[in-house]
Design a protein around this ligand. Structure first.
Ligand code: ZN
Length: 494
């Protein structure tokens, strides 16, 4: 165990208890004590706090009660928010290989963007506080970028809990689909659902995701499979995106499965996708990405190529589901068409891995589907990473094969079954997931200029992220610099 992770690394006598710091601050700075609820320590005091010993201070968010702010500041404008007393800050730089860990750190935010990050000892020279600056005391905890959930089938009606029980009883997914279950069961339920119901469902799942610290979500259509129903799902995403804190990245997945009315006539359905659905969606600017389920029993390579080329010609970015059932050329096609990402990849072969690496296609791996299906073969994350492919992790949130919003759990599964270490896991949930959406200059990292989507964890050591599993480790979430989720009342322990 590296020395910096042990409690012995903290010279305890150097630090004061939090209440003492407050009193010291009050005494030294002459702040009016009746206004204690508004008082936060100034930067010099923050540096005194024990970064490894979170304390429960009844007021962790307040406003700086000093009009002069940080008088020695170099920056012209005061910041809107300062997250101080961070035990470990994980910057997750998109261009690096590490977590960009800064111990005893500060994050400063202005206009919803990260203005400055760095060690607390340098903050007073770099960050200017003003009377309106909100200061959040992270209490020595881990702070990291908001998670990016890069692959979901978010909008649908109904559930398939009975299918789950059928699988428990020994039925295979294919047997269930042949009996009228599977994706087409959700298509039937979604087509007949009221729009209000779809809006409610999407908001509800996004609320849960936000509570888990997810601040950006990719959302696929694919449960409509007609012009009207695919557009309806994408319009639901647009409406929710405008009113919900979480940012939605919409993806057209009309080629999810061949719908029942086109059974035995896949060519005709591909005509509909290429000639009507894609142009209509593009004209209304309803989707950033186009996705295809390119695999045995779904859409073959020729169909997939035709759909993706049409989408590209209509200005969409590309991704695909591929090489899940067999090494059927999905990864090679993704590389050839310069897709931003490719997902599934449980059976991807050597050629596919090489081509993904050459073309810079990000692999979205979805270990939760293996859990839900009771299967043991996972995507070859190690071989992908060792060959230079960026790996992102996602739940593949959907009602059939992975009904969970707990993205953290995917990190634990990737650790245990795919041999990804904690650095690889955290990058896969943040900057690599953002790269898989072509958003790594905006989200997934806490570098200056990125969106101030910030998560405070109830952990003082980032090694705990995959280790303490099945729980929600989130203490607070800032979206665009605004405190949006506050679990401090619910979680008091580390
Ligand atoms: Zn999927």
């Amino acid at each position: 165990m590296p020395a910096q992770y042990g409690p012995e690394a903290v010279p305890r006598n150097k630090y004061l208890a939090q209440r003492e710091v407050l009193d010291w601050s009050v005494r030294l700075k002459g702040v009016d004590s009746p206004q204690r609820h508004l008082v936060v320590p100034v930067l010099e005091d923050v540096a005194w706090m024990n970064p490894r010993r979170p304390t429960d201070w009844s007021v962790e968010v307040g406003r700086v009660n000093r009009s002069e702010g940080g008088g020695r500041s170099r920056s012209a404008e005061p910041v809107d928010l300062m997250i101080a007393n961070i035990g470990e800050l994980l910057v997750c730089p998109p261009g690096g290989l590490d977590l960009g860990l800064i111990p005893n750190a500060v994050v400063a935010v202005r206009d919803g963007r990260v203005a400055w990050v760095g060690p607390a000892r340098r903050a007073s020279a770099a960050v200017r506080l003003g009377p309106e600056t909100v200061v959040f005391n992270a209490g020595g905890r881990v702070v990291m970028p908001g998670l990016v959930e890069c692959h979901t089938h978010l909008g649908f009606a109904g559930h398939r809990a009975a299918e789950f029980q059928a699988r428990v009883a020994g039925w295979s997914y294919d047997e269930i689909a042949a009996g009228g279950g599977g994706v087409l069961a959700t298509v039937r339920a979604t087509r007949t659902a009221h729009r209000e119901q779809l809006l409610r469902n999407v908001r509800c799942h996004l609320d849960t995701m936000l509570g888990f610290g997810i601040t950006t979500v990719e959302a696929k259509s694919g449960y409509g499979l007609t012009v009207e129903d695919e557009l309806r799902l994408l319009e639901v995403y647009r409406e929710v995106d405008r009113s919900h804190a979480v940012d939605i990245v919409p993806t057209l997945l009309a080629a999810h499965v061949v719908p029942m009315e086109y059974r035995g006539r896949p060519d005709r359905y591909v005509d509909l996708v290429v000639e009507e659905i894609i142009p209509e969606v593009a004209q209304k600017r309803l989707a950033t990405f186009c996705d295809v389920y390119c695999d045995q029993g779904f859409f073959d390579l020729d169909h997939s190529r035709r759909i993706l080329e049409a989408a590209r010609a209509n200005g969409m970015l590309l991704t695909l589901h591929g090489d899940q059932m067999a090494d059927s050329g999905g990864a090679v096609l993704a590389a050839e068409l310069e897709a931003v990402s490719a997902s599934r990849l449980e059976q991807v072969g050597e050629e596919g891995i090489e081509r993904l690496a050459e073309a810079g296609v990000v692999a979205q791996l979805l270990p939760g589907t293996r859990l839900s299906l009771g299967r043991s073969e996972f995507a070859p994350a190690r071989r992908l990473m060792d060959n230079g492919v960026k790996v992102a992790l996602s739940t593949d949130f959907n009602p059939g094969t992975c009904y969970t919003e707990n993205l953290w759990l995917m990190g634990t599964m990737a650790s245990c079954y795919m041999h990804m270490d904690v650095t690889e896991v955290v990058r896969a949930l943040t900057c690599h997931a953002a790269a898989s959406l072509s958003l790594d200059t905006e989200v997934g990292s806490l570098q200056a200029g990125h969106k101030a989507d910030v998560v405070v964890l109830d952990m003082d050591d980032h090694l705990q992220i995959p280790y303490h599993f099945g729980i929600n480790p989130v203490r607070a979430v800032f979206k665009n610099g605004t405190l949006t989720v506050d679990h401090r009342e619910k979680r008091t322990q580390l």
